[in-house]
Design a protein around this ligand. Structure first.
Ligand code: C2E
Ligand code: CA
Ligand code: CA
Ligand code: CA
Length: 279
């Protein structure tokens, strides 16, 4: 029996390449992460370009496994998505973000809209609308304080059914934005029909805005397009004053990026808000 076990191990070592093994380990870690309370949310301020005031926050998930170094969401979200673990994790994110924005208001900060990323899998859940409603009820978060970010590729995958879901969420009073805009293929006729409030210009266009004429033209076109449909525009990944100046000149409404602040844990956001208030 011992020999057979050894052979099995060899078989596995042989068959499982390093990548698959890593995935397997991450999946196991993710399964335990909720009960072990290994997740935290960081928040990144969104700044109104005209007033310089913070008007919202994007909640960004951070994973600090007890026994391993922290891992970037870019690495673990895709695995959570494939395994379906994103559904319970995403519900935790939604509930935590709603609780946090209520807490800040109880503490006397001006109301801040909190933006939560919805993954493809989550958005396609049959009960997504009732889940959002339930979380709002349970946390006391008003619908208008919540924004849901859905990527362009997810809504365009099945535009008809996406329109229905978006409509129900919008009827509830929740703010809706299209994330990573410009990286997928949006049909403009659908874009017009989606009951959305905001387009987020993907950071890949912002990065070289001051050196690459094509990127600058894309950003300018997205801002004009959004405004022509009476949508608000957020630029993400703003790191430099040159990017800020260009985007402001084009009439971009909100900005988010390291130039203003990195995503921060709640206690550091409170310091940021106190400083922002005195501007
Ligand atoms: P995203 O939704 O496009 O989020 C923006 C990403 O850009 C974040 O990376 C943020 O930290 C980063 N960022 C913000 N400002 C700057 C900047 O000035 N320069 C640069 N280079 N980067 C900036 P992060 O936090 O690593 O998240 C990566 C992605 O993981 C997110 O992209 C989102 O797709 C996903 N994600 C994060 N949290 C959640 C979550 O709670 N649920 C779901 N479904 N996805 C999440
Ligand atoms: Ca986002
Ligand atoms: Ca984005
Ligand atoms: Ca992105």
């Amino acid at each position: 029996a011992k020999d057979a076990g050894g052979n099995n191990m060899q078989f596995y070592a042989h068959e499982m390449n390093a990548r698959a093994l890593a995935r397997f380990t991450i999946e196991g870690g993710l399964r335990r992460s909720l009960e072990r309370e290994e997740f935290v949310l960081h928040y990144q301020p969104q700044i109104d370009v005209l007033t310089g005031k913070v008007v919202g926050m994007e909640a960004l998930l951070r994973w600090h496994p007890l026994d391993k170094p922290p891992m970037s969401p870019a690495d673990f979200i895709p695995i959570a998505e494939e395994t379906g673990l994103i559904v319970p994790i995403g519900e935790w994110v939604l509930r935590s973000a709603c609780k946090q924005t209520c807490l800040w208001q109880e503490q006397g900060y001006a109301p801040l809209r909190v933006a939560v990323n919805l993954s493809a899998r989550q958005f396609k859940q049959k009960n997504i609308v009732s889940l959002v409603k339930k979380v709002l009820d349970e946390t006391g978060c008003k619908p208008e304080w919540l924004e849901l970010e859905i990527t362009e590729s997810v809504v365009m995958e099945d535009p008809q059914s996406a329109t229905d879901t978006l409509q129900e969420l919008s009827n509830m009073g929740v703010h809706l934005s299209i994330d990573d805009f410009g990286t997928g293929y949006s049909s403009l006729s659908y874009l017009k029909r989606f009951p959305i409030d905001t387009l987020k210009i993907d950071q890949s266009f912002v990065r070289d805005i001051s050196t690459d004429a094509d990127d600058a033209a894309i950003a300018r076109a997205v801002i004009a397009l959004a405004h022509s449909m009476r949508l608000e525009v957020v630029a993400e990944g703003v790191e430099t004053i040159e990017q800020l100046d260009y985007l402001r000149a084009q009439g971009c409404d909100l900005m988010q990026g390291y130039y203003f602040s990195r995503p921060l844990p709640p206690e550091d956001i409170e310091k940021f808000l106190k400083m922002n208030k005195s501007r």
